[in-house]
Design a protein around this ligand. Sequence first.
Ligand SMILES: *Cc1c(COP(=O)(O)O)cnc(C)c1O
Length: 229
Amino acid sequence: MPKILHNLQTIGSEIVQSCEAANRQSEDVQLLAVSKRHSADAIREAYAAGQRAFGENYVQEMLEKSQQLAELDIEWHFIGPLQSNKTKDVAMTASWVHTVDRLKIARRLSEQRPTHLPPLNICIQVNVNREASKSGVALDAVNELVETVDQLPNLKLRGLMAIPESTKDVHKQRANFALLANAQAVLNDAGFSLDTLSMGMSGDMDAAIAEGASIVRIGTAIFGNRPTS
Ligand SMILES: *Cc1c(COP(=O)(O)O)cnc(C)c1O
């Protein structure tokens, strides 16, 4: 069996198991296949296995792949750092942006989203551990950004996203994901209707699902190690 197909099946059953352990429905957890730095052919292989949602970190790479794979019915998710001079390409190509962490970027995405396309789905990226090296808004500033982004036309604010500190300690993983889940619950109590928690990667997917992830972003466990060059 081709490796990518096999890996997708393995991840699929791991999602089912994590959901059972957490008393959740596996339909409520969507798998985003993170294809950054992997070839268009690798994406074709995953697509042939039934995968439709793919995540990319670099604007230029997402554009090239979306052109190479234009005949496929792929849903592109942008999950990388986004500079304001690149928002237009993303607004025209992606269905989702997981990494909005300032108003300026959200405004530009809204202005540049072509009106013949459905609203662009947005997650606010939160820096849950306040790491200097990571983008994302601080937990105490989420509320204000959510309020303003929610007002913008051509965007649909769906929820929160985080890349917590990398740790093998499952308790720490869960505590970090719980911070994001709690922030979302507070917002929903305040009247928002956010339905998406984008959290969990190859190394911490089970903990993320236990804490309520609705999109898990998986690269290595599907495609193998990324080429370094
Ligand atoms: C690369 C990346 C992933 C996937 O990471 P793996 O460890 O390869 O599963 C998920 N989310 C973001 C934002 C990434 O940059």
